[in-house]
Design a protein around this ligand. Structure first.
Ligand code: GUN
Length: 281
């Protein structure tokens, strides 16, 4: 089974469109997403354009604030504080990476955690790891929705997460624990990654190494979610050798067309959730 992220994301956006239209008639307001982009990083520019496009498509208010690469940190922090106070803004996303002279941690911690659609604020990170209600980072949230397409009940499954980033590996682990999985987190210092992977019922690959996970690393019938987006001479490839692994796995996500489209759909979903929480108060 190839898990179709493009289709699943389109279905999720369709649901959100309906929800937003209901919210509009209830509150006479729609969720608003503000994305801040600093500098000229080319992949970031593409991501931000897509975020804006899909936010509009589901009927949200969408605003992108673009700054030059030499923006002063204070100016960015002041803008975030202004957006925190603006009732029209349900969600704030500052696109990463930021230029080196800007302190990423300060930026993330300045965003009102109720508007933190990335789920990066320490309050959301802490709430997620404590099992409380929180914003959930978009990429792992997308992975878990795709995982559910392949297997409804994940209880007792052994999941191996490759990569320990704050963006994906760590929050992914929390989501898998919530589903009662046994989780192994692996990383660059893991001694024998192949042996660890061979124990897995579920593999989440998020390290940014092209085609790292080979066919003989995967147990027959495992589910494999590929978060990697790696530019190579042969085009965009994931962290999983798709041709080899698709022959052994029960289900696998392709690259492109797997996790990628889900990330933006989940961002829109998080924005709707932030709007709802702000209005139910
Ligand atoms: N850059 C790459 N992925 C992400 C993401 O999920 N959120 C933000 N803010 N920046 C990113």
């Amino acid at each position: 089974m190839i898990i179709d992220g493009k289709k699943t994301a389109a279905e999720l956006r369709e649901e959100l469109k309906k929800k937003i239209s209901q919210l509009k008639s209830t509150y006479n307001a729609v969720p608003g997403l503000t994305v801040i982009l600093v500098g000229n990083d080319v992949p970031s520019k593409i991501y931000v354009k897509n975020k804006e496009k899909f936010a509009k498509e589901v009927g949200m208010n969408s605003e992108v604030i673009r700054y030059p690469v030499d923006l002063q940190e204070n100016e960015l922090l002041n803008k975030i504080k202004e957006l925190n106070k603006n009732d029209q803004v349900s969600g704030i996303l500052v696109q990463l990476p930021l230029p080196k002279h800007i302190n990423k941690r300060k930026v993330i911690e300045t965003i009102d955690y109720g508007k933190d659609v990335d789920g990066f604020h320490p309050m959301n990170v802490g709430n997620l790891s404590s099992g409380y209600d929180s914003s959930i980072p978009c990429t792992p949230l997308g992975c878990s929705l795709l995982l559910k397409k392949a297997e409804k009940n994940l209880s007792g499954k052994h999941a191996v997460v490759i990569g320990r980033s704050n963006l994906n590996g760590k929050p992914m682990t929390q989501l898998l624990l919530k589903e009662n999985c046994t989780v192994t987190i692996t990383h660059s210092k893991t001694k024998d990654l192949k042996t660890e992977c061979l124990k897995a019922d579920i593999i989440i690959a998020a390290v940014g190494v092209p085609k790292l996970v080979k066919g003989d690393w995967v147990k027959k019938g495992a589910i494999v979610i590929d978060v990697g987006i790696n530019k190579t001479d042969a085009g965009i490839v994931g962290d999983v050798d798709f041709d080899e692994v698709s022959k052994v796995a029960k289900a696998i996500t392709p690259v492109p067309g797997g996790v990628g489209p889900m990330t933006i759909a989940c961002l829109l979903s998080n924005t709707v959730e932030c709007f709802k929480k702000a209005h139910y108060k």
